[in-house]
Design a protein around this ligand. Structure first.
Ligand code: SF4
Ligand code: SF4
Length: 389
């Protein structure tokens, strides 16, 4: 696949300058902002947690404000959709200063607890997700990632920021389900493919990355260090914008699993020969000694015992066939990518599930013609639900 990334220098969080750069960046992509007219536009910043903008943990509020103003000026209806990983949304909005902007700009905020299912059968492993209903109603989705280092995915940019659509409680469950570095990278790509292809009404995606002040070192939270990069990046393709941002700071693409897997799976554009860069050349930024995260290759060890099958079984839902509904058609057995389902034994009238092998992709639920599979809570899931409230 070929993609375009516009890369522009921007040194300050000055509203006027940012708006000017956004219009230029979009125009280099070939996107006409008059296409916002009468459109429902979802805007997704990175609000990982309640934090001051200068810490570089969140998308800077002035970047968000600039986008909201432009969408409105060109006749669109903006709505913010975000579910912070840490803390209640209201508190995060207050601590980040987003509450003032939302009020001043009269921008709606969607309730991410009101969800609907989305399914994409061609995703590799994870094919079904619960997403905020606001996304289903949108015409255009503007993703506003902050460029940061990340202990699991090496960087967090456009692909990873989309994970924030999932309500915070469910985010923890996905981390448990896809708990190794490779599983999580593939999960993100399945999820991204589902966003691109799974909506009944396809969306236009615009990714605008805030790399004016980025984060280096032990990101993506408080242990990372703000570092000036002085760039805004634009693309329709989340993979290519991440690839160019990583190259901008001198990172080796082979260290970034989501990009490596995107390349092998043919999702988006990763290689330079597939990406048309417009605007300022990468080498004109001269970013040297940008510090990478140090814990990526120890992810499995650091998260023990939470990545074990034992904990997964206690803390996450499991698909369970229901007696009386199941017709023993065994379509579930055929689709199961983990080989976790076997035929009924003896007098049992239900297929047998091995939850140690089950990866919770829920494909069996999707395919069951009788609607005979329900999600059963893990024995200690109430504890996780309680802690994540
Ligand atoms: S697909 Fe559904 S009805 Fe068929 S065996 Fe599996 S659970 Fe039973
Ligand atoms: S049992 Fe169902 S949810 Fe588990 S891996 Fe198999 S298809 Fe996926």
């Amino acid at each position: 696949m070929n993609a375009t990334v516009s890369l522009l220098k921007c040194d300050h969080y000055d509203l006027y300058e940012i708006k000017e750069k956004i219009l230029k960046g979009l125009s280099l992509l070939g996107f006409d902002p008059s296409d916002f007219r009468n459109k429902k536009v979802v805007i997704k910043p990175n609000l990982l947690k309640g934090s001051l903008p200068e810490k570089a943990i969140i998308t800077h509020p002035e970047v968000f404000r600039a986008v909201v103003q432009l969408v409105k000026e060109y006749g669109g209806g903006p709505v913010m959709v975000e579910s912070p990983a840490l803390g209640a949304l209201e508190k995060v909005l207050g601590k980040t200063g987003y509450d003032h902007i939302l009020k001043q700009e009269n921008c709606q905020v969607a309730d991410t607890r009101v969800t609907a299912p989305i399914f994409y059968s061609k995703a590799e492993i994870y094919k079904r997700f619960e997403l905020p209903k606001a996304l289903f109603n949108a015409d255009i989705i503007i993703n506003l990632p902050k460029f940061k280092t990340h202990g699991i995915t090496y960087i967090t940019g456009a692909v990873k920021n989309l994970f924030g659509f999932i309500h915070s409680l469910n985010k923890s469950k996905w981390h448990l389900k896809a708990s190794t570095q490779n599983e999580f990278a593939n999960f993100l790509l399945d999820y991204y493919e589902t966003l691109l292809n799974g909506f009944p009404k396809p969306k236009i995606f615009l990714h605008i990355m805030d790399a004016i002040i980025a984060m280096e070192g032990e990101g993506p939270g408080s242990s990372g260090d703000p570092r000036k990069v002085g760039a805004l990046l634009f693309s329709h393709d989340a993979v290519s914008i991440d690839s160019i941002a990583a190259r901008l700071v001198g990172f080796d693409i082979d260290r970034i699993k989501p990009l490596c897997f995107a390349k092998s799976r043919g999702i988006g554009a990763v290689s330079l020969d597939e990406i048309h860069i417009k605007g300022d050349p990468v080498n004109s930024f001269n970013i040297i000694n940008f510090t990478p995260p140090s814990i990526t290759n120890r992810f499995g060890m650091l998260h023990w015992p939470y990545n074990t099958k034992f904990f997964k079984n206690l803390f996450t839902e499991k698909p369970a066939p229901v007696l009386g509904k199941c017709s023993l058609c065994y379509q579930c057995e055929s689709i199961c990518p983990a080989g976790a389902i076997t035929r009924a034994k003896g007098k049992t009238r239900l297929p047998s599930y091995d939850y140690n092998d089950c990866i919770r992709c829920l494909c069996c639920m999707e395919i069951c013609p009788e609607g005979a599979i329900e999600q059963k809570k893990g024995k200690l899931q109430w504890l996780l639900d309680f802690c994540c409230k």
